[in-house]
Design a protein around this ligand. Sequence first.
Ligand code: CA2
Length: 188
Amino acid sequence: MPPGWTLSRGIVRTYSVGEHKDMLRIRVLHGPNLNLLGTREQSIYGSLSLDALDSAITKLAKELAVKVDLRQSNSEGELVTWIQEARTRYDGIIINPAAYTHTSVAIRDAIAAVGLPTVEVHLSNIHQREEFRHRSYVAGVAIGQIAGLGPTGYLLALRGLHDHLTASRRRKKTAAPATSRRTAKGTR
Ligand code: CA2
């Protein structure tokens, strides 16, 4: 089979050369106004631009051999669509829902519906800020939340999600033979 091709359940699948078919795939979503990073409100959100933040995430992803897809939108509906799409294409999600954190039942429902391990990230410490920022609709459906560590929070989220997904893959691999042994002995 040529490089970049793989055979899975009788179907020939392709992947970009340089990417491995077993690579973890993580979608990173930035919510509204995060495209303005580094241009104003630097005392709260820092001086790094969104492009520079994405480059730092991409660099770490390469080190961890994770394929990342990075997107920003000001639209709640677009974020919901990207979360839904991730179900069949990605293993996990990192999301800074920005202001939608505090308002969006739609984003929470989409994360719950796809069932992908999701990490919520905030640059600022939302729990130290105005009361309305203390509530997150996403926290209850996320495996974890990182807030207040600036851009480093995204890098920690990537490492944390990578470790979570790797451990869960390992558990699935070791659990599978035990199930077939039980079945073979006719205990089911
Ligand atoms: O701390 C965070 O990451 C937030 O998610 C950022 C949101 C805010 O509504 C959340 O409460 C906490 C705001 C993102 C706006 O980003 C800007 C960046 C530069 C200039 C203006 C806005």
